[in-house]
Design a protein around this ligand. Sequence first.
Ligand code: GLC
Ligand code: GLC
Length: 831
Amino acid sequence: MRYGYFDDKNREYVIEQPDTPLPWINYLGSEEYFGLISNTAGGYSFYKDARLRRLTRYRYNNAPLDMGGRYIYLRDDSPHLIGPKFWSPSWQPTRVPLDEYECRHGMGYTIIRSKRNGIESSTRYFVPLGESLEIWELTLTNHRDETADLSVFSTVEFNLWDAMDDATNFQRNYSIGEVEVVNGGQVIYHKTEYRERRDHFAYFASSESLSGFDTQREAFLGLYRGWDLPAAVEAGLMSNSVAHGWQPIGAQQVKVQLKPGEQKKVIFILGYHENPKEEKFDPLNSQIINKRYVEPIITRYLDENEVEQVFQVLRKHWDELLNKFTVSTPDEHTNRMVNIWNAYQTMITFNMSRSASYFESGIGRGMGFRDSNQDLLGFVHFVPERARERILDLAATQLPNGGAYHQYQPLTKRGNNDVGSNFNDDPLWLVLAVVAYLKETGDWSILNEPVPYDNQADSEMPLLEHLQRSIQYTLDRLGPHGLPLIGRADWNDCLNLNAFSDSPGQSFQTTTNKEGKVAESVFIAGLFVLAAKEMAGLSKKLEEKGEKFKKNFSLLCSHFYQEKVAEMESVIWQHGWDGEWFRRAYDDFGHVLGSKENEEGSIFIEPQGMCIMAGLGLENDRAAIALDSVNEYLATPHGIVLQQPAFSKYYLHLGEISSYPPGYKENAGIFCHTNPWIMIAETMIGRGDKAYDYYLRINPSAREEISELHKCEPYVYAQMIAGKDAPTHGEAKNSWLTGTAAWNYVAITQWILGIRPTYNGLEVAPVIPSDWDDFEAARSYRGIRYEISVKRKGPGNAVQLEVDGNSIDGTVISLPDEGLEKVQVTVLLGQ
Ligand code: GLC
Ligand code: GLC
């Protein structure tokens, strides 16, 4: 069953029913100001950091679902009305039935349109580029034959900035809330803590003059009432309350009279502003906010022409971004995910990492080191300048020993001490991110960029040194079999072989009760081979470039890395190969995991994907053997599960992985992040049909028809789909913020469609399904537009390239002479 449909032309998903199985959300903002918005206008906003600068309050885990949002109420003020007098045009929070309802989630905006009793309303929510504010533009139309007298109520519930503190420290917080009300409530300033150390405040403004306002929550709602039944809306009368402590809100009442057929716009803006510290107050010795800088901004965006214009700028921005890579294939799911939604999701994960979604509270996690490095693989070609900045930020949190803080806070860009370090895969991902950036941009100067360790002044070293230390970090931490020690965990955060945690509530990620000198990871070994091969390739390139680079770095030669690759490969074959698949790990007792010897957890997906992506088993038939095992033991119609058999009970020596009931999350769930590794591996052995088959199994658009089972949004990937051991097999969770977005994007665009950047130019080597006759793609790459047309000549993946009409050898199109802007590529595929 579906709850809506894709409008690909407008790059929107249109939801036709408000009570979707879960709130289906979108994100507003792409620079510093962000918001989450659901299909019923739920959600919250923040500036840069979802924990430390949260503007509005949201209640996770509430009943009913999804409470707190950008709520507007409409009230019929005519005295002789039958039935409910007021309703929510976004359905929530009143849930009064609507005659029509439609929510359009688009690229950086959401439009909720509905109709009730002849009154149509459409609210467009977005964040203009370059601003730290959001606009709610409400358009009302009277379809009745008579004049309508309406009241519009707008509401926000202010959060007292630190979302954690807001939810815990009531003894203080009930006393500190402060607002300033200007122009009869037309602008409501939320200034809690501004009197002391904050130099920032929030504001909520309306384009119309008001007939009333409230800033004290209970005055507006009435005692013991919820957002579904506010007393002020019911009565049609505000009390002009001014909050002193308790729960400051912004609520405004605008009276609107509409003749038959008449239309009217009302604009609300919610924003964040910082003042220079020494100019916080006006007059200087007062406690009143200095509004000189913010007032012109407010005035500007309360103008409907201006609003329309900045909305068009936003649309154009996304058009330009998404046009950097477009495809037209025989499959609509592939087209819309690559051209629209998967691309969009990679940009959202770039902005959010794993911080704020409807499954991540925005409090618990900062920017993940390994997560952000992997996210970059998906978005680097969209915003290379910002990828550069992200790489330097991440590298600056690296520790002098080459290790990495597992997370950093976006506001301070400092490593997060609560979680700390010792996830031994972390530093290797930095190598993959930097290499992806170099292949995309050719900007070698980044390697020379001075970057500190642990953000300490005077510890700056060229970025290249950071990469070398990343590799060295693994080499300094080899275990009894010569495999890398796992530390707290590797990519699988829940494989905690050194935790041995038996106290409820202890964090598996930070508990370490073992010395950590025994447990080893075959996955990190595979990742090491991949990263060290990349370092060999990169060093070779630098050697070719010659003296200019050599004098800047104490460069380790490519030979060094090649040697280390060979050594690690031979260890993997000796201790990491189980006969029919790659093993997973060795535990603290030195016992193998992910082997036929194990009754539970005898085969895992991660080492199959990672080792083959690193090239292991391609020269013999072992890659194919391992992938056949994946197909036999791990594949399901809903995707490939993480391991089998699932752990049936908690194992002290395995940690969190066995804490989950069978079939969920890391315990044999379909952890979607890993599925594209298998797709890529399949393409590497030339099996396009299999790769594409796996691709479709978790493709959200291809799962749209089973939305009642899948439950999450059909336009974005979820982190996890319940595996075959779960009673709810096929049900998805944790949508939006997942490495699944970047990796699927890489799998489909670079490996199945086969269009990938290299140091020397764009490579085109598709491994597509055998029944695809052709496809077209266009890609911007280093300032050149490549128009690629692929035609199947026969079975197989052999490639013959014609570039601007001339046949060339191989699969890489060398960078053309300067000045050329467009290149036509014809690809003849198969024999
Ligand atoms: C979560 C984490 C990611 C980890 C994965 C597997 O998605 O964000 O870092 O690799 O879980 O445990
Ligand atoms: C939990 C989750 C895992 C995630 C980790 C992050 O362990 O199962 O997916 O990576 O939390 O801290």
